[in-house]
Each structure stands twice: as C-alpha cells, then as structure tokens.
Design a protein. Structure first.
Length: 151
C-alpha cells in the first residue's frame, strides 16, 4: 500500500472527501467539513514526518495497535485515540483497509444529528448543500476581511 493506492481506496468509500492541510498532508473526512464532517485519516506526503498514515483507532483498538512495532500514538491526536503508522509496510494492505473502514465508521457515529441527516440525502442534494455552505463561509470570510481593512 502507498499514498496513491490508499487515496483511491478512501475516496471510494461513501461520503468521504479529501483536503490538503497543514502543508503536505492529505486529510480524509466523513462528510465535507463545510457541513460538519469530521476527519478520520491523514496521509503525510513527506517522509520526514515520522509517519506515513494516521487514523482514528477508537478506545478498543488503540492499545492493541500500539503493541505493533511501527505503530505509535499520533502526534496531537493521541488524546482522541488516533494512531500513526511509521512505514507503508508496517501493516498488510488488507488490514490497513479494514482499519480505515473502521475509523470511518467510528467517526460517523460521532457526527452530529444534522450532519447524519444530510448524509442520508441524495448525492445531488448533498452537493447542492455543500456548495451553498461553502459559498456562505466564503462570504463570511470576505466580510471579516473587509471589516478588518476599514479599521
């Protein structure tokens, strides 16, 4: 498994979207963050970060996974029971896929009721709602910027 193979797998899961954040990290979300989505996995594209993959493990799997050589508490996210994987060959690809599906399912359970309701809508309805929400967010940012210039 590598970043591109993992990307194809994750984007094939229902209601998963991807953002590039914190420099060179691909962040995978259940539902778009504009409608209240939450991240469940992160892939580092730079090898010097110490981990190639981080994901939500949950309270049960977290201690189990930490017993595997090359798996450690994810920096900044360990309190939320996330683990980090040192190398692509640390875990077999089928196990990585299973763990990431479980991470997605775990995060879905933590989504707010409104966001879960939105996920039940058709793809076209979701796209429209996300576009409207992103437009509203952009307008709010624009308003804040313009107010800051007037001071």
């Amino acid at each position: 498994m590598d970043a591109e193979g993992l990307r194809s797998f994750l984007l094939g899961l229902p209601d998963v979207c991807e953002t590039m954040q914190w420099g060179d990290n691909l962040v995978y979300w259940v539902a778009d963050k504009a409608i209240g989505g939450k991240m469940f996995a992160l892939v580092s594209l730079e090898p010097d970060h110490g981990a190639v993959l981080s994901f939500a493990a949950g309270p049960v799997r977290f201690p189990e996974l930490l017993e595997i050589d090359g798996v450690f508490p994810a920096p900044y996210l360990a309190r939320a029971r996330w683990v980090a994987v040192e190398r692509w060959d640390t875990l077999p690809a089928p196990e990585v896929k299973e763990l990431l599906q479980a991470a997605r399912d775990l995060v879905i359970q933590k989504l707010g009721a409104r966001t879960r309701e939105l996920l039940a809508k058709t793809t076209a309805e979701k796209r429209k709602l996300i576009a409207e929400r992103k437009k509203l967010i952009a307008e709010q940012v624009e308003l804040r910027v313009s107010k800051g210039k007037k001071r």
